[in-house]
Design a binder for this molecule. Structure first.
Ligand code: AKG
Ligand code: FE2
Length: 323
């Protein structure tokens, strides 16, 4: 297949996922794996680490920004691997129009220079869920009913990771074991204020105005007896005038995350799917090195889109969600 054909197929991830998943489900069945058991397992596992699923030989330097993703054989097969992995879990590979122009895949790399974005790209990340300003699946956003849920899965493909910098995962059930019943109760009250993560901020401000804080948000949810979380240290606040207990519960939660860290070092050719409901994720410090052969992951999101309304999709796209 030439690059043009591959680009064409990647531009319709729904069709590509459907085309590839049949074969995958069949070969799993030959090994005695029942498809519905695989999906159930994915929801009981904080992070699925697929080792050596694509040939990572990449003949271009590591990019220095989220976009563009260079079209090479390795990045194409990495992207197709994520699309089929999501499809196997009953998820669609999706993006949001307000983040990175709706790009389905972005480079996670070190950005050279100074300023907030460059610094963030080099540093460690504490436990967070991605797209925290968006509601969890099943909840409505107070600004507009069209606002789509945050992703169920954060999907990362390893192209280069020379210093084996781990992506960190904090399973929520382990974190919650460190908290008291009162703290759990506080976290599940609609009393927190959530701001947007920086990758969404500019476009969301254009759409909704300056004050993007969502008040009255829960951080902890119980969905069919499973705990779900919506949290980012930098984007989650309390109204400190009234809510000392709410703030203390958040501090205890933050401390508990620190003692529940598991590391997943993505080797070139690996894919991980981190559950964005039942765990938090972050990473260790990356360092200054950029471009050349420095760390390079691709990221996409997976979401069960079956309950979404037609108005939540961007027009003319099978994968870009609103906003
Ligand atoms: O670099 C990593 O391993 C994870 C990065 C991440 O979680 C993010 O960019 O939101
Ligand atoms: Fe993240």
């Amino acid at each position: 297949m030439d690059i043009g054909d591959a680009q064409q197929q990647l531009s319709d991830p729904v069709a590509l996922g459907q085309a590839l998943v049949g074969e995958l489900v069949h070969s799993l069945a030959m090994r005695g794996v029942v498809h519905s058991d695989l999906i159930a397992h994915a929801w009981e596992t904080p992070c699925i680490h697929l080792v050596g699923v694509f040939d990572p030989d990449v003949d271009v330097d590591t990019p220095v920004g989220f976009l563009p993703v260079p079209d090479t054989e390795a990045t194409i097969v990495a992207r197709a691997s994520i699309i089929v992995a999501n499809a196997a879990l009953g998820s669609s590979t999706i993006s949001y129009g307000s983040e990175n122009g709706g790009a389905l895949f972005v480079n996670l790399v070190v950005k050279p220079g100074e300023g907030h974005e460059a610094e963030k790209s080099k540093g460690p990340m504490k436990g967070h869920t991605d797209a925290v300003w968006l509601p969890v699946r099943g909840e409505q956003h107070p600004y507009d009913v069209r606002i789509s849920p945050s992703p169920d899965f954060v999907c990362l493909a390893g192209l280069r990771n020379p210093n084996q910098v781990p992506t960190t995962v904090m399973p929520l059930r382990s974190v919650l074991r460190h908290l008291t019943t009162d703290q759990l109760h506080e976290l599940a009250q609609p009393q927190y204020i959530i701001g947007p993560q920086f990758t969404f901020k500019k476009r969301l401000k254009e759409l909704f105005g300056f004050d993007l804080f969502v008040e009255g948000s829960q951080l902890l949810f119980w969905v069919d007896d499973s705990p779900w979380i919506r949290y980012s240290h930098s984007s989650t606040q309390t109204d400190t005038e009234e809510s000392k207990d709410a703030e203390a519960a958040m501090d205890a939660f933050e401390a508990a995350c620190k003692v529940c860290v598991e590391g997943y070092s993505l080797a070139p050719g690996d894919v991980i799917l981190v559950n964005n409901r039942t765990c938090l994720h972050g990473r260790s410090e990356v360092g200054e090195e950029h471009g050349a052969k420095s760390r390079w992951l691709l990221r996409a999101y997976g979401l069960d889109t079956t309950g979404l309304d037609a108005s939540q999709w961007h027009e003319d796209s099978s994968h870009i969600l609103w906003p």
